[in-house]
Design a protein around this ligand. Structure first.
Ligand code: PSU
Ligand code: MN
Length: 306
């Protein structure tokens, strides 16, 4: 038995052996973030985007108790249609594996798996964060703690705008997580490229992001970096349009008593309905944009090593 509790797909193993840069991808966005078949289409396009950028994609999930680093296309297709997959974060991944379960990895669990497999860059849509009303509910995503302790650079379009972005930024600062806006001053707001919040840090090139990641390691600092990459202008939904939709969706979570792990998937589904699918089109565009930047960063990291 392998001493490491995961298996790599053939193409990820080949990339690893050849020294090809690898970009990790999460699977909760597939099973809980988007409806079928758009989720499958998105997952395939994200993988193609990473490959076009000169890196190998490694989508991560737990299938029948085994942690997979890289999914074959037929496996991806099955997962995209699996209704009962668990949503795995730091707290749940070991139990899922120990009991032979199947689950999709959130940002936190994907970071853990990527780090274990020696992958330093990961692309997603938006990280979890501090929910609005967290002063009452205490709903703060485990993604934030993970960024503080696991050395993976995560490329996202900011924190999801359904969250309390200001509180999320405060917690990230407390945890010592660099929040780096890519190519602009403001923290992007997921479906919208701009927000009223100035990013704590800004970098304009993948090379600098790769260097900063390495520098943290040299300094002995644990944890990763959050790269906040704005959605492309032609795909965004302006904040003024999104805000009433988000308010309405949040009210609905209260009315329907949605709590815990179900909050984020519920909100994303409600926003999808309320925008008549426009939020999904924007979500796919921003994930692809993040995959392209993550591939560039992974290539720079590989160059830096040489
Ligand atoms: N980004 C998306 N869609 C998603 C998610 C991120 O565009 O569905 C998922 C990620 O897996 C993230 C999770 O880790 O939502 C956050 O969930 P929670 O708020 O319960 O921690
Ligand atoms: Mn939560």
């Amino acid at each position: 038995m392998s001493p490491l509790p995961f298996i790599r797909s053939a193409s990820v193993q080949a990339a690893q052996d050849a020294g090809t840069p690898i970009v990790a991808l999460e699977s909760t966005i597939i099973t809980h973030g988007m409806p079928y078949p758009q989720n499958l289409e998105m997952a395939r396009k994200v993988e193609a985007t990473v490959r076009a950028g000169g890196a190998e994609p490694a989508t991560i999930a737990v299938l029948d108790g085994t942690l997979h680093i890289g999914l074959e296309d037929n496996v991806l297709e099955t997962l995209a249609q699996t209704k009962g997959a668990a949503k795995l974060s730091r707290a749940d991944i070991a139990v899922c594996m120990a009991t032979g379960g199947t689950g999709a990895t959130t940002v936190a669990a994907t970071m853990i798996a990527a780090n274990l497999a020696g992958i330093s860059v990961f692309a997603t849509g938006g990280i979890g964060g501090v929910h609005r009303g967290a002063e009452e509910s205490f709903d703060v995503s485990a993604d934030l703690q993970e960024l503080a302790q696991t050395a993976v650079t995560v490329v996202a379009a900011g924190a999801k705008a359904i969250l309390d972005v200001s509180k999320t930024l405060e917690v990230l600062e407390t945890l010592g997580v660099p929040v780096i806006a890519y190519g602009q001053d403001a923290v992007p707001a997921f479906w919208s490229s701009q927000s009223v919040y100035k990013a704590p840090l800004r970098l304009d090139t993948a090379r600098e992001i790769a260097k900063a990641h390495k520098m943290r390691g040299l300094l002995g600092l644990p944890g990763g970096q959050l790269i906040a990459n704005p959605i492309p202008g032609d795909a965004e939904i302006p904040r003024s349009e999104m805000e009433p939709v988000i308010e309405r969706a949040l009210k609905d979570t209260v009315t329907h008593g949605i709590t815990g792990k179900s909050v984020t998937p519920y909100l994303l589904q409600r926003v999808f309905e309320l925008t008549e699918g426009r939020s999904l089109t924007a979500n796919i565009a921003l994930v692809l944009n993040n995959a392209a930047l993550a591939a560039q960063i992974a290539c720079e990291m590989a160059d830096n090593k040489a």
